[in-house]
Design a protein around this ligand. Structure first.
Ligand code: FES
Length: 221
């Protein structure tokens, strides 16, 4: 089944920035154009020239440049400039593999298998503030169950707080926390500390219901 995964909070990929993430064991580069209307892109994190990680690269306007030999790839993922041979018309066959990506609820959502319909369980408000992302040394199944993420949905809302989970590699999880802007409820620093308690409880195998109850009651340390 094709699906969308919430792979990063958007504050980690601002205009002109590049970030490497793992999704299901695959390396993916997220990058945002440095233009007045900067689009977000998600590509395989591998240069088609010599295999350099593109997440080490740099953004030039609406293109991502590879750090090794400077080949530049435009927003369509096709190579459009080889600096050592600037007069060469680059064949269309030289391109990076691109994934579909959407921005929603303060998160970057990526489909590795070409899903078009969006959102897939990722509904929620759009005026959202990213809080933080944590690595959790536990399976996504345990974290999804404990945080109330149902079925194949990528996230769950608990009042003004959104919790999203994705699997970087088998047996590991990334927890992304967001909150509705201008809503009553815990501040971002308080939520950040709460997320650490949640992570600690999950990793230690403790009952996480008391931690989740803090979220339900709004009574956080
Ligand atoms: S490895 Fe990327 S340009 Fe050579």
């Amino acid at each position: 089944m094709k699906r969308w995964q919430p792979v990063s909070v958007l504050s980690d990929i601002r205009r002109g920035e590049v970030a490497g993430v793992r999704i299901g064991g695959r390396e993916v580069v997220l990058w945002r154009e440095d233009t007045p209307t900067p689009m977000l892109h998600a590509w395989e994190d591998r240069c088609p020239h010599r295999g350099m990680r593109l997440s080490f690269g740099f953004v030039r306007d609406d293109a991502l440049g590879c750090l090794y030999h400077g080949w530049q790839f435009g927003g369509t993922a096709r190579c459009r400039l080889i600096p050592a041979h600037p007069q060469v018309r680059v064949p269309a066959s030289i391109h990076v593999h691109a994934y579909t990506v959407r921005e929603h609820a303060g998160l970057a959502w990526v489909s590795m298998d070409g899903a078009e319909d969006f959102p897939a369980g990722g509904t929620g408000p759009d005026t959202v503030l990213p809080v933080r992302t944590l690595h959790v040394n536990a399976s996504v199944g345990a974290l999804r169950l404990g945080t109330g993420i149902a079925g194949d949905a990528g996230m769950a809302w608990h009042g003004p707080v959104g919790l999203a989970v994705h699997e970087p590699v088998a047996g590991q999880a990334m927890l992304h926390v967001v909150r509705v802007a201008d809503a009553d409820g815990p501040s971002s620093p308080v939520l950040s500390r709460w997320a650490e308690r949640l992570r600690d409880a999950v990793e230690s195998g403790a009952d996480i219901a008391p931690v989740m109850n803090e979220l339900a009651t709004g009574e956080m340390a």
